[in-house]
Design a protein around this ligand. Sequence first.
Ligand code: AP5
Ligand code: MG
Length: 215
Amino acid sequence: MKLILLGPPGAGKGTQAAMLVERFGIPQISTGDMLRTAVRDQTDMGKKAKAFMDAGGLVPDEVVVGIVRERLQNADCDSGFILDGFPRTVPQADALKQSLSALGKDLDAVVSLQVDTEALVERLTGRRSCGGCGKGYHIKFDPPVQDGICDSCSAVLIQRDDDQEATIRNRMDVYHEQTAPLEDYYRQDNLLRSVDGMADIAAVQDQILRTLQAD
Ligand code: AP5
Ligand code: MG
């Protein structure tokens, strides 16, 4: 299964990708997670990316295209992968096509999660993630058993720096300007599958699985 999860900030890409990883045993490739790790570790790439991420803008194409090209060559991608948050611009989508074709691979589907803007803001302001293992939560829609503590590893839950309302609005604008055109891009390739992302987490997963089986 070679899949892209497309959708605005807070649409549920990371949440659904984690469930698909469990089910299919293929890796999740999240450029956001990779960039956040680079920022935390203060690598050269992290230093370059930080200001763009803090402002809710996109990191330059050449930076992310390079890390994904390299990641796709890992042996764990041989039986498939889930791209989460990449591609985000038409040049990134073109570069992905080139990388996959060089590896003799084709995408199976691009699942686009559709969620209303106000629901996205509520999801992002209430999002928490584990500072230890990275597991995601929501204070209302997917709370941990004990407030502020990870169910899996008992580490403290944290809030992402870019989940402040002003930055969230900027990320949404950037999505509409630069990433939404990819829906048409992949519709033309007959790969686009729209899924109603407004349902609860388990119901969205069911819809994604049904869409993939229908292929
Ligand atoms: P990235 O980390 O990719 O952020 P994003 O696209 O803004 O998406 P999010 O991770 O915020 O949302 P999500 O769709 O994963 O939602 P989640 O499942 O967590 O990118 C961050 C930054 O890195 C970018 O702004 C950019 O600067 C840079 N970057 C990354 N990739 C790049 C690229 N390719 N090019 C250039 N720059 C790049 O869910 C959100 C919350 O909602 C959670 O709390 C969850 O529990 C809850 N939730 C999920 N589903 C549901 C549901 N169905 N019902 C109720 N609640 C739900
Ligand atoms: Mg995410």
